[in-house]
Design a protein around this ligand. Structure first.
Ligand code: ADP
Ligand code: MG
Length: 395
């Protein structure tokens, strides 16, 4: 790793500005799921122990560059205070006099949370003036918002120009280590499971993994495009007609590269996109008009399982069916169980995939569940992350 990490920098007595990912789900003005808060605790607690003045910042939702009272971070500060068992000062502004004054009053070991960074239009625009205002609040900067590292925003990238030193926090460090190791230096066979709604979301991932994985299992909505590319009728299934040639090319590429590309051989079809719809299991060559494929079938679950049994490393991105509806969750849930029972290293990337693992109650059985959907996808594509690239190089 060629970028500075938290342990490389001296933080004692310093004002440390930490970009965290507190973009948490809210319900009735309360934090509905504090997973992302807990994921940031190691960095925050370390900074407290080292005697830093801890200044946190995050975005929440999409306020569109202006104040949205529903998206203020006060409930987040409250929950964080509970988790840390210490007071968290919350400012009503992100930059300017109010936070400056509050920061001047801070003692070492204290924690302060700035208001939602996206209340300012300069955040997403990576505006140098807003970045400078953020940077001037502190001495050093730490990026621990893995879920935002694929964005070049003022608080994730631009700010680095205006601080003395910039390093990654423990969460970012661990995510990079786990995901990079799994795809660049894995125990083999490396098996990748790619699902989700659309091929177009994940072309880059499939192309990149064709150079790295021993086997590629494709399910979910995107499998329909591959099924159609094989010349089968896909009925009313979600399909990307303009991606058929691409799907053919990817299948050809897999063959040439000796990658075992496994597509569903049977699917669960429904006569409507609804959990109340009539359903049946059919072979992929027997999908009729008026029916849509919403999950992989038992034969496919079986063939996926056979390949997974030999895996030493598994990378998974994207559910294998419309798992939000119980009648189309079986493929995803059974494969989650298979992964839980494997000895292999199991890496889960993607927000919905992580949600499926949580729903199955098997999160603890996985080696690593990424906290960043978009960022983990970008790593799987073999791309760099702007929020990491911006940090100081290690000496
Ligand atoms: P992740 O967040 O893990 O990267 P995606 O966002 O790419 O996953 O895809 C998840 C979505 O794909 C889910 O909402 C799921 O309902 C949908 N999906 C999966 N299989 C199908 C299918 N056969 N038809 C339509 N949508 C599907
Ligand atoms: Mg998703």
């Amino acid at each position: 790793m060629d970028k500075k990490i938290l342990k490389d920098i001296d933080v004692a007595g310093k004002k440390v500005l930490v970009r965290v990912d507190f973009n948490v789900p809210m319900e009735a003005g309360e934090v509905a799921d504090d997973t992302r808060l807990r994921a940031a605790l190691p960095t925050i607690e370390y900074l407290i122990e080292e005697g830093a003045k801890v200044i946190l910042m995050s975005h929440l939702g999409r306020p569109g560059g202006k104040v949205d009272s529903e998206l203020r971070l006060d409930p987040v500060a409250k929950r964080l205070a509970n988790l840390l068992n210490q007071a968290v000062t919350k400012t009503d502004e992100t930059v300017g006099e109010e936070p400056q004054t509050a920061i001047e009053r801070m003692e070492t070991g204290e924690v302060l949370l700035l208001e939602n960074t996206r209340f300012n239009p300069g955040e997403k625009a990576n505006d140098p003036d807003f970045a400078r205002q953020l940077g001037e609040l502190a001495d050093v900067y730490v990026n621990d918002a893995f879920g935002a590292t694929h964005r070049a925003h003022a608080s994730t990238a631009g700010v680095v120009e205006y601080v003395q030193e910039a390093a990654m926090g423990f969460l970012v460090q661990n995510e990079l280590k786990m995901i990079s190791q799994a795809i660049d230096n894995p125990d083999t066979p490396l098996v990748a499971i790619i699902g989700g709604a659309k091929v177009s979301d994940k072309i880059g991932v499939i192309e990149s993994l064709l150079n790295k994985a021993d086997a590629l299992l494709i399910g979910g909505g995107m499998a329909n495009t591959f099924i159609a590319a094989q010349g089968y009728n896909i009925g009313d299934s979600l399909v990307e007609a303009d991606k058929l040639d691409l799907a053919k090319r990817l299948m050809e590429e897999a063959k040439n590269k000796g990658v075992n590309l496994v597509l569903p051989s049977d699917v669960v079809v429904a006569d409507d996109f609804s959990n109340q719809a009539e359903t049946k299991v059919v072979k992929v060559e027997d999908i009729e008009d008026g029916w849509q494929a919403l999950d992989i079938g038992p034969e496919s679950i079986n063939s996926f399982t056979q390949v997974l049994k030999d895996a030493k490393t598994v990378v998974w991105n994207g559910p294998l069916g419309v798992f939000e509806m119980s009648n189309f969750a079986k493929g995803t849930m059974e494969i989650v169980q298979v992964l839980a029972d494997l000895e292999a290293t199991t890496i889960i990337g993607g927000g919905d995939s992580a949600a499926a693992v949580e729903k199955a109650g098997l999160a603890a059985e996985m080696t690593h569940i990424s906290t960043g959907g978009g960022a983990s996808l970008q790593l799987l594509e073999g791309k760099t992350l702007p929020g990491v690239e911006a940090l100081d190089d290690r000496e």
